[in-house]
Design a binder for this molecule. Structure first.
Ligand code: ADP
Ligand code: ADP
Length: 225
């Protein structure tokens, strides 16, 4: 867990200016939400924090470390995609173990950590299932376990509830909150849904056309005219 500072982030795609100088200070251990309409730059910001795309200018710090151009696997920020992106031909166990195998972790360590991660997301006993044999909510739990098993410093969630029905959305909302509290991990969360942001966040940054317009607690945001 670490604090994240974003300074003057600019990103263009051809003629499109996706980020026009984004500044954010995310405290360690908070659930921080980027809220705003489609196209305002939420995903671009998240991808830059994950290292999946480099900005044109500006800086991203994890604590005192400038991670702006660091390789994604080095910086310890893991992004959970909207569609979960599980590997359909792999079991739940192998999906979750993947990152540890890449790092050539010893077999006993892999088994111990996968067990820990699946217990954390309440999927003990699902090790041998395949993603198609799981509900949407369960698939998302696997995606979260796969992200957390490598013990990231920052967890990035891009519209994590958008593929779930209303009942599961509420359930996974409180599950994400529980997991975040239990680990004390810094979470950066992206949504276009104001009600969802209000319910889940410690603090919210309201974005609009590539800039941050306002930052505050849900109460502060709600009370601003
Ligand atoms: P949000 O996540 O808030 O919906 P995005 O960060 O995805 O917004 O996009 C911000 C802007 O940048 C939009 O105008 C989008 O079309 C554009 N954009 C994002 N990624 C690309 C890309 N790879 N190529 C071209 N334009 C992009
Ligand atoms: P989200 O719904 O999370 O904002 P999108 O579905 O808009 O993401 O975009 C998915 C992917 O396509 C992202 O990698 C994004 O960078 C890219 N993308 C978004 N807008 C454009 C665009 N106008 N042209 C090319 N790629 C884009």
């Amino acid at each position: 867990m670490v604090e994240v500072r974003i300074e003057n982030l600019v990103k263009t795609f051809g003629e499109t200016v996706a980020l026009r100088g984004v500044n954010l200070h995310i405290k360690h251990g908070e659930l921080f939400t980027l809220l705003g309409p489609s196209g305002c730059g939420k995903s671009t910001t998240l991808r830059a924090i994950a290292g999946l795309d480099y900005p044109d200018s500006g800086h991203i710090y994890f604590g005192d470390e400038d991670v702006t151009y660091q390789h994604p696997s080095k910086r310890g920020a893991v992004l959970v995609f909207q569609n979960y992106a599980l590997w359909p031909h792999m079991t739940v166990f192998d999906n979750v173990a993947y990152g540890l195998k890449l790092r050539k972790a010893p077999k006993e360590e892999i088994e111990k950590k996968v067990k820990w991660a699946l217990e954390l997301v309440k999927l003990k006993g699902f090790e041998d299932r395949y993603p198609t044999q799981l509900s949407g909510g369960q698939q998302q739990r696997v995606a979260i376990a796969r992200a957390l098993v490598v013990e990231p410093r920052v967890l990035l969630l891009d519209e994590p509830l958008s593929n779930l029905d209303a009942k599961l959305r509420l359930e996974m909302r409180s599950e994400i909150r529980r997991i975040q509290r239990e680990l004390g991990i810094t979470v950066i969360y992206v949504t276009h849904d104001q009600e969802e942001a209000m319910a889940i966040s410690d603090r919210i940054a309201v974005m609009n056309v590539g800039t941050v317009e306002q930052v505050g607690t849900p109460k502060e945001i709600y009370e601003t005219p």
